[in-house]
Every structure is written in C-alpha cells, then in structure tokens.
Design a protein around this ligand. Structure first.
Ligand SMILES: [Zn+2]
Ligand SMILES: [Zn+2]
Length: 373
C-alpha cells in the first residue's frame, strides 16, 4: 500500500514525521494529494499550547495540524464528476476546498449561516480515527462527501493557492460582512498574510484609501506595493494616541469607515475602535484564543454607533471569489510575495520556529511560511 507522510503534532513545540495509510475513498468523497500548506497564526497558537482542545470533536489524540492548503485530486469517489460550481473534475486537477464542512442538517445551517455551523469541523481530527488525514501538514487530505471543492485557474501558481482557503477567503469575507462601499477608508491593523491580502482586497473592492498599521518595515513595504495608500509604522508612531491621531489626520478628522483587526492581540482593539468614524464598522478576525480580554468603554461603542462584526470562517462561495481576486491581483501587485518562505515537510519544526520569530527578529521576518510535502 502507498503510504503518506504526515507531521503529527504530539505536544506543544513538537512534531513527529510518520507514515499513514490514505483512507479508502467513499462514494462522493475525494482524496487530495496536498501540494502545499501554509502556517497560519492559529497554527502557531496551537503549537505554543495557547488553544485547547486541539481536536474540536471526537476522540482526542495525536493530530495533524494545518488547515490552509491546496492540492490535486488524487482519487475521486464514485459518483462525483464535478466541482461545487458544476465544472468537470478529474483526477490530477488542482483544487482548493473549505477546511471545514458545514453539516447542512442543523438549525444554524438551515438559517443559511454555513460558516457558523457548530458541527462544521472536520479538520484536525485524531489520526487514529477515519479518515486519519485531517490536516494540512501531510501528503494526503480527505474530503468527505458533500465537501465544497473548487478547481484552480491554471494561471495561478502554487504560492498563490495555498493561502486561498484561509488567509485570502477570511479577509474577503470580513470585508463583505463589513458592508464596505466604494470610496470608503479602510484601516488594516496588521500586515501579516491576512493584512496584505486584506489591503489588496479592499482596493479591489473599491476602497478610496487603505491605511495599514504594522511594526515591521518589510511588511509595510509589501503592503504599500499591494495597494496601501498610507502606512503607519509602530516604530515611528509609538503610542496608540499618535496612531489614532494619524488616522484622523488622514481622514479629514472623521476617522475610518472600516477597521479590520488581523493582528491577533486584544490590546489593539480599543485603539482600532478609536480609529473609526461615528457609525463605522470594526471587523474582528484575529483574536481567536480564549481570555483575549480587554477593557472597552461601551458608552463609546454606543455613542460612536460602532458596529463590531466578528468574522469566523466564511461562506463557501467566497473561495471562487478569492481565486478570481488572485487572478486579477497578481497582475497588479506582488501579492504572491506573501508566501515568503518555503520548507520541506520534514523541516516543520524549523518552519514553525522561524514563523514564530518573525515578530521578534526583523532579519528573518516571515509573512507566511509554506510547507511542501
Ligand atoms: Zn488559518
Ligand atoms: Zn450545521
């Protein structure tokens, strides 16, 4: 039997490379041969042990991390011949897919909120339970029957597609949910993988001005090249007050229409809220782990008529939207540079360490690290 390599997460800061059998493919299922997987900020949280339990449902046990990934169709189950858009699908085709699977049989799915389905997880399950390969840091990944899957346009290189099902889709969905309109000013807090994509996506959606806030010069430079009209460097604007003041200055004193939080530290939230105009919208994406506590003056939310839009996962239709966006964006911006580092799967520990250091050591700054089986 052909075995597949997998990096098993055994305990914080530790992986073991092992071999797993690919699962038998059910009618309607698809076995994916992974071509690349990105290390997302949430993977770093699990790696450090910040987030528990790592397995959302089912047997707790060793697990394959990684959810931001792309691959090719290795085996098509019986009865499946098209992708989720009805386009012919065959073995060998490049595809992306949601890393979660809404059950479509619960109250929340019935309300049309597929991204909020409480049973939506199928990734990061125990490697001891079928279908074993439920994570991205592996040779194989299994899509159960009914999974949302989309063919990848030929013109997109591999570095472009690995981030589609998390970083790119997440920020496009967040901007959609914000109700952003043509001409709006959008502030992006954080110029990592999500922030860079959010910058280009906001421009593509018609933002009049995009302002990006970060502390690393190379990330801000990439943000500028990817459409940011203005950048605010934490090394020059060291206090929250000075950054808020700068945003007010850039918006004629009014404040931004939309602020998107993709830093993942709760301390930035009060500052981001202060950057909004009255009636503005705060899109919260980054603070995913428990006890992300921060103190907020609710009267400011009330009198500021501030909308806070928490955005978790996305509607599956966002995936083909994200692919089309990348086809257009790569002609205009060096958006593919987001994938700044590549490591073979065997070097997963080094890849995680380097991604972790990125905020601390400016010499080895990683915007996004890719693992290639
Ligand atoms: Zn992610
Ligand atoms: Zn459901």
């Amino acid at each position: 039997m052909v075995m597949g390599k997998a990096a098993i997460f055994t305990e914080p800061f530790h992986f073991e490379i092992t071999e797993l059998p690919p699962p038998p493919v059910e009618p309607g299922g698809i076995l994916i041969k992974i071509t690349s997987a990105g290390i997302c900020g949430s993977d770093l949280h699990y790696w450090r042990g910040d987030l528990k339990p790592i397995i959302p449902k089912g047997k707790q046990g060793p697990v394959i991390m990684g959810h931001e990934m792309a691959g090719i169709v290795d085996t098509l189950g019986q009865g499946i011949s098209t992708d989720s858009m009805g386009r012919p699908l065959k073995e060998g085709d490049r595809v992306v897919y949601t890393y979660f699977q809404p059950c479509r049989r619960c109250y929340i799915c019935m309300r049309g909120e597929l991204n909020n389905c409480p049973s939506r997880f199928d990734f990061r399950a125990s490697v001891e339970e079928y279908p074993y390969c439920s994570g991205g840091f592996s040779d194989y990944y299994y899509l159960r029957p009914g999974h949302f899957v989309f063919k990848v346009p030929d013109e997109l290189p591999e570095e472009a597609v690995a981030g589609v099902n998390c970083a790119v889709s997440q920020v496009i969905y967040g901007l959609h949910q914000s109700g952003m309109r043509m001409g709006d000013t959008v502030v992006i807090q954080g110029a990592g993988g999500l922030g860079i994509n959010a910058t280009a996506a906001a421009k593509e959606m018609g933002a009049g001005q995009v302002i990006v806030v970060d502390g690393l010069a190379n990330r801000l430079e990439l943000a500028s090249n990817c459409g940011a009209d203005e950048t605010i460097d934490l090394s020059n604007f060291v206090t929250a007050e000075s950054r808020v003041e700068k945003v007010r200055e850039l918006t004629g004193g009014w404040g931004a229409d939309v602020v998107v939080e993709v830093v993942g530290f709760p301390q930035v939230v009060p500052e981001g809220l202060e950057m909004l105009r009255k009636g503005g919208t705060y899109v919260e994406i980054g603070n995913i782990w428990p006890n992300s506590s921060v103190s907020l003056d609710i009267s400011k939310i009330l009198w500021g008529v501030t909308r806070i839009v928490p955005t978790v996962h996305y509607d599956p239709y966002i995936l083909p939207v994200a692919l089309d966006f990348l086809v257009r964006a790569k002609e205009k911006y060096p958006i593919l540079d987001v994938m700044s580092h590549k490591f073979p799967l065997e070097q997963i520990e080094q890849a995680f360490k380097q991604a972790e250091w990125s905020g601390k050591d400016k010499g080895t700054s990683v915007t996004r690290a890719l693992l290639v089986p």
